[in-house]
Design a protein. Structure first.
Lengths: 112, 121
């Protein structure tokens, strides 16, 4: 399964919203449990990645509610309602519906 | 506090072998879904392998037949035996925990700091 993220670079003014797209070559919806197996991760400069969102729209523990995930089947979006300076880094989507798990190529968010 | 500490990285010649280890604290490895994810210098993330709490293992196509993931329950650790190493295996290797949850909840929740593997002659 190939995940394609857009844009690859995203300059944002603090306080403004931001949106990252992740498109899958196959549906990530599991009809058996009605979950969508798409996660989002943030890798801040010089740090290990951290989990932001899992199973499409569930926010990980400690993640601010300005982050949200949405989408269906093959098209997904991570939204940040108001970007803060600490949101700088590379965002990755990951599919877990089938092996091998695959990541998107990453979207670098920077502050204008 | 849950912590994962990787070790075993280093410089190795093409064709050589290396064994990485991930020591866990604050969790029991055998009850979790443990992964290895790698990141080549300046590149994105690549999932490498997983070992289920039940013992099943899965691999990326790029490492299948060359890498083996295993658990050492006595040490509460998960290892990655890497054989027939290639230059394109050069990367920072992260140990990652997915919790013993429903399938939907088994996201990559806890990441170690990584251990660097450099394959070069």
């Amino acid at each position: 399964i190939v995940l394609t993220q857009t844009p690859l670079s995203l300059p944002v003014t603090p306080g403004e919203p931001a949106s990252i797209s992740c498109r899958s070559s196959q549906s990530l919806f599991n009809g058996d449990d009605e979950n969508t197996y798409l996660d989002w991760y943030l890798q801040r400069p010089g740090q290990s990645p951290q989990l932001l969102m899992y199973a499409l729209s569930y926010r990980a523990s400690g993640v601010p509610d300005r982050f949200s995930g949405s989408g269906s089947d093959t098209d997904f979006t991570l939204k940040i309602s108001r970007v803060e300076t600490e949101d700088v880094g590379v965002y990755y989507c990951l599919q877990r519906i089938d092996f091998p798990y695959t990541f998107g190529q990453g979207t670098k968010l920077e502050i204008k | 506090e849950v912590q994962l500490v990787e070790s075993g990285g280093g410089l190795i010649q093409p064709g050589g072998s290396l064994r990485l280890s991930c020591a866990a604290s604050g969790l029991t490895v055998s009850r979790n879904y443990m992964n290895w994810v790698r990141q080549a210098p300046g590149k994105g993330l690549e999932w490498v392998s997983i070992v289920y709490s039940g013992g099943n293992t899965y691999y990326a196509d790029s490492v299948k037949g060359r890498f083996t993931i295993s658990r050492d329950n006595s040490k509460n650790a998960v290892d990655l035996q890497m054989n027939s190493l290639r230059v394109d295996d050069t990367a920072l290797y992260y140990c990652v925990r997915a919790p013993p949850s429903t399938l939907a909840g088994r996201a990559f929740e806890i990441w170690g700091q990584g251990t660097m593997v450099i394959v070069s002659s």
